[in-house]
Design a protein around this ligand. Structure first.
Ligand code: GLU
Length: 501
């Protein structure tokens, strides 16, 4: 194991969303690239908002994505004593002080400062209290918070961000921030640093929204006598209106679970997520796990925010078209044996799974997946557009119904006639069915396309798909004959088909 130790420290206040997953992914990549460790830490100190359900959802989401961790999950609340001790040490060393200002006093001063266009940060009233004054107030039982004593000197906190280069923030711009609340609970800024020191974190890779925390935390490292980690800040992910993607404003469309339910392959989602904020410096977009680990560097994390074009409400592209196209790429090109697992789970959920697909009909199953996946985008398409291969209950879409069936009333007799000829064939395969179809078209003096398109519609419900005679062979004679004999009902006026999914 190398010295690289990174962490993913989610606050368990909701589901795992794509922003969190991207942070986890980038940390995971960095750990794997350098033979280091990824530490999972659940930052559950906000007791009111943290839930068991959220913790489980996060762990489950990470596992599904294939982002394994090497240590943890640790729970921040288990280290509360350590956090308190650190606060006491900071107080004892003169790096922090007790502040007895009440909320009302603070608000009044802030308003006055705002009116005078002055500095609205904490004005330092309690910074200079004498030990006697403090004792006195403590005796009176006045509530207090603990504030960090930001050095009041010229100059700035400076660090080298691995993505953004040198960053500085003037001491003047940093107020004496609170590290322990009046209920004696240490706050995130402190807990997070104490935990990162204990966990020997070497690199903190997190969103740019944490940059104001970073400068304050660097002061804490210094005051606690610890060497700070390297910081690398990632761009934010915005929507098309340039709003930050968040659970609160975007709902389920940004949750990892949503993509799972909609038939995404975990690695395809990772591949998409890495491109939201990192670029390889080439045109390459598809990366296997190993390729990505090889190519990944912090320096290539983008400096500018990325846009997640999820296009809520568009039924065809229910999310970012790039995400869909990357998923489709994997689904269409991965070894069909690997595809079989996720398709099995999906069909089982839809009550379309047959155990024979793992046994006597295994070859048929794999062959069918391979045949039909060419136009599919997600795993859910197998029970959607591909339903007719696994069930007799499927819908005929409106467009092909109108174009290929209703426009040709004679198919009512032609298709059953074709079915009879198929039934009488000595051998039922691609070649014999094609000859039969073309033969009947010639006899009827019509274009073979009329029979072919009609058959496609009746047999699959779809406008387009694999080659017709491949379909016939795959569906098998029994199903083909039965379905082609039963076309009459399609001409009833109440049957208008369904819109494509
Ligand atoms: N719990 C914090 C969050 O979820 C961790 C931030 C960090 O230090 O990486 O935003």
């Amino acid at each position: 194991m190398s010295d690289v130790r990174v962490r993913f420290p989610p606050s368990p206040t909701g589901y795992l969303h794509i922003g969190g997953a991207r942070t986890a992914l980038l940390n995971w990549l960095y750990a794997r690239k350098h033979g280091g460790s990824l530490i999972l830490r659940i930052e559950d100190t906000d007791a009111k908002r943290s839930t068991r359900e959220s913790i489980e959802g996060i762990l489950d989401g990470l596992s599904w994505l294939g982002l394994d961790w090497d240590e943890g999950p640790y729970f921040q609340t288990e280290f509360e004593q350590e956090h308190r001790r650190a606060a006491e040490q900071l107080l004892a060393d003169g790096h922090a002080y007790r502040c007895f200002c009440s909320r009302d006093e603070l608000d009044a001063r802030r308003e006055a400062a705002m009116a005078a266009r002055g500095n609205v940060g904490y004005d330092g009233t309690c910074r200079g209290l004498s030990p006697e004054e403090i004792d006195e107030k403590m005796k009176q039982g006045l509530p207090f918070v603990v504030r960090f004593k930001v050095p009041r000197r010229e100059g700035a906190v400076v660090y080298e961000d691995r993505v953004l280069g040198p960053i500085e923030r003037r001491y003047d711009d940093i107020e004496d921030f609170v590290i322990v609340r009046s209920n004696a609970k240490p706050l995130y800024l402190l807990c997070n640093v104490v935990d990162d020191i204990r966990d020997r974190i070497s690199h903190v890779i997190r969103g740019q929204d944490h940059m104001t925390n970073t400068t304050r935390q660097l002061l804490l490292y210094d005051a606690l006598g610890a060497k700070p980690p390297v910081f690398a800040h990632m761009p934010l992910t915005l929507d098309l209106q340039k709003r930050k993607i968040s659970k609160r404003s975007h709902g389920e469309i940004v949750s990892v679970q949503f993509y799972r339910e909609r038939g995404f392959l975990p690695w395809a989602l990772c591949n998409f997520l890495v491109l939201l904020g990192w670029n390889p410096g080439t045109d390459q977009e598809i990366f296997s796990r190993d390729e990505l680990i090889e190519a990944f560097t912090l320096e290539r994390i983008s400096k500018v925010n990325s846009v997640f074009n999820y296009r809520k409400g568009d039924p065809k592209f229910f999310t970012d078209p790039k995400a869909i196209s990357i998923n489709a790429h994997y689904l269409r090109t991965m070894p069909v044996e690997e595809l079989a697992g996720p398709v099995k789970a999906h069909l089982a959920k839809e009550n379309l799974w047959d155990d024979a697909y793992d046994g006597a009909r295994r070859d048929w199953f794999l062959h069918t997946l391979d045949l039909i996946r060419d136009r599919f985008h997600t795993i859910n398409d197998f029970a959607g557009a591909g339903r007719a291969y696994f069930s007799d209950e499927y819908t005929i879409e409106a467009r092909p119904l109108k174009k290929n069936i209703l426009k040709h009333p004679d198919l009512k007799t032609w298709l059953p006639k074709l079915a009879d000829r198929f039934a009488g064939l000595a051998v039922f395969d691609r070649q014999t069915t094609e000859e039969t179809t073309r033969g009947l078209a010639a006899e009827l003096d019509i274009k073979p396309g009329i029979l072919i398109n009609g058959m496609r519609t009746v047999l699959t419900g779809q406008l387009a798909g694999p080659g017709m005679f491949d379909i016939l062979e795959t569906l098998g004679r029994e199903r083909v004959v039965r379905r082609l004999q039963n076309v009459e009902h399609l001409y009833h006026t109440d049957n208008t088909g369904t819109e494509p999914r």
